[in-house]
Design a protein around this ligand. Structure first.
Ligand code: PLP
Length: 450
């Protein structure tokens, strides 16, 4: 009863944890990491094909990132960004973020997480519409299956049924259709027709709600926690002009997609659209510091600045916004990913990753393989032709993930899917290890549930 596992289960409340699954397989208590591997209290080694939570893209012991943190802790271990003061590292990071953004100009606001960055973006929209004399422009458009975080506002943006137990979404948060053609395309509908249907739904919703009541539209370029769902063909090219027509800002939630995950710096580049603002977090610090950012493009930056001047301040901020250690780490992380070969590794190895997973997806119980770059999902089905999911109290994806864990591989069950989003440092032999363990787990579990 004194084991690490027992203590973990007694004193901690797990976030987003399938408790029956934990009761079946047990807790894993981690002690240290090495490259893409983490180790538990029993000395067992796991290849983390989930990069922590999509964020530990440089692995668990990157010396350059550790050095950047140590150096900054020794110089200046903490400060805020209020009252016209901020650290030199914060100044440098904002300049860098605007430089690597798709915007020719912009402004950055810092938070401690992706949820707070989305929450902050909503407040920025409310603030500027309010200051511009349109306080009724409050409604937020997002999509079913989109994930934007857990604060009351960002959870309201998230399109998942589990939030109803909290009495969320808050009023005025509207969820549109999920652009997943394989799952939601109707019989006889082409992918282009499916995309056109979603665009028509968006326009009809704007007209029904009243364009003048809508503050903004938020979308992940590729839905992450919804189960790795790339947009249907032409999706952003169809929705962006509609939003523009009604003066509704398009905000790209790049918390997962940003900084290399899809093969480009931004997922919006991979899917070829220009947002009005970008939400970043996770990869921005390679997971070495909790930090998020709102990067405003030129138009929103100018409007928020003008509104702030008119009201004399922008009344918002977190104690640790623009934390100097976080900023120093982010500066190094961006450099490591963009200039020291990590993004190149994603581009070099993503065809190999796709090919290996496509081989595994020949399994008759895999309905769909989908993804891009270094983010992929395999969706388990009982019947491939009808796309019927498995039933049962412990989902098949949970069983597969548990079996992978037993084999020393961490991957994530998401709905009926198994998600693979390895760190960018992954080597070819490590990728092969991932394929072998995943395939062994799939074979074992599908044989059990068949
Ligand atoms: N937005 C997206 C797209 C995410 O994937 C996440 C987290 O997974 C968030 C926002 C919330 O970020 P955080 O967990 O740092 O609050």
């Amino acid at each position: 009863a004194n084991s690490w596992e027992a203590k973990a289960e007694e004193f901690s409340l797990y976030g987003f944890t399938d408790l029956p699954s934990v009761h079946e397989r047990g807790t894993v208590v981690l002690t240290h990491g090495e490259g893409p591997y983490i180790f538990d209290t029993h000395g067992r080694r796991y290849l983390d094909a989930n990069s922590g939570l999509w964020n530990m893209v440089a692995g668990f012991d990157h010396p350059g990132l550790i050095e950047a943190a140590q150096k900054q802790y020794a110089r200046f271990p903490g400060y805020h960004a209020f009252f016209g003061r901020m650290s030199d590292q914060t100044v440098l990071l904002s300049e860098k973020l605007v430089e690597v953004s798709p915007f020719e100009r912009g402004r950055v606001f810092y938070t401690n997480s992706g949820s707070e960055a989305n929450d902050t973006m909503v407040k920025i929209l409310w603030f500027l519409h309010g200051a511009e004399g349109k306080p009724q422009r409050r409604k937020i458009l997002t999509r079913w299956n989109g994930y934007h975080g857990v604060t009351a506002v960002s959870a309201s943006m998230t399109g998942k049924p589990y939030n109803s137990v909290f009495g969320l979404p808050l009023p005025g948060f509207i969820h549109l259709g999920c652009p997943h053609y394989w799952r939601f395309g109707q019989a006889g509908e082409t992918e282009e027709q499916f995309t056109a249907r979603l665009a028509a739904e968006l326009e009809a919703t704007i007209i029904k709600e009243g364009p003048d009541t809508i503050a903004g539209f938020f979308a992940e370029p590729v839905m992450g926690a919804g189960g790795v769902i790339p947009p249907s063909k032409g999706y952003f090219q169809a929705v962006a002009p509609i939003l523009k027509k009604y003066g509704i800002p398009l905000i790209a939630d790049e918390v997962i997609c940003g900084f290399g995950r899809t093969g480009n710096t931004w997922g919006s580049q991979t899917y070829d659209f220009m947002p009005d603002a970008i939400i970043s977090s996770k990869n921005m610090t390679a997971g070495f510091f909790p930090m998020g950012a709102v990067i405003l493009g030129p138009e929103l930056a100018d409007r928020v600045q003008a509104a702030s001047e008119a009201i004399e301040e922008f009344p918002h901020g977190f104690t640790a916004s623009g934390h100097p250690v976080g900023c120093a780490i982010a500066l190094k992380a961006i450099d490591v990913v963009m200039n020291e070969g990590l993004a190149d590794n994603v581009n070099r190895l993503s065809p190999r990753l796709e090919a290996g997973l496509a081989e595994i997806a020949k399994n008759p119980n895999i309905g769909e393989l989908r993804g891009v770059g270094f983010m992929w999902a395999l969706e388990a089905v009982k019947d491939k032709a009808t796309k019927t999911p498995f039933d049962g109290s412990l989902s098949v994806s949970e069983r597969i993930a548990n079996t992978c864990t037993d084999l020393g591989l961490i991957c994530r069950p998401l709905g009926q899917s198994i998600v693979l989003c390895p760190p960018f440092i992954l080597t070819e032999p490590q990728m092969d290890e991932m394929f072998e363990k995943l395939e062994a787990a799939l074979k074992k579990v599908f044989a059990e549930v068949a």
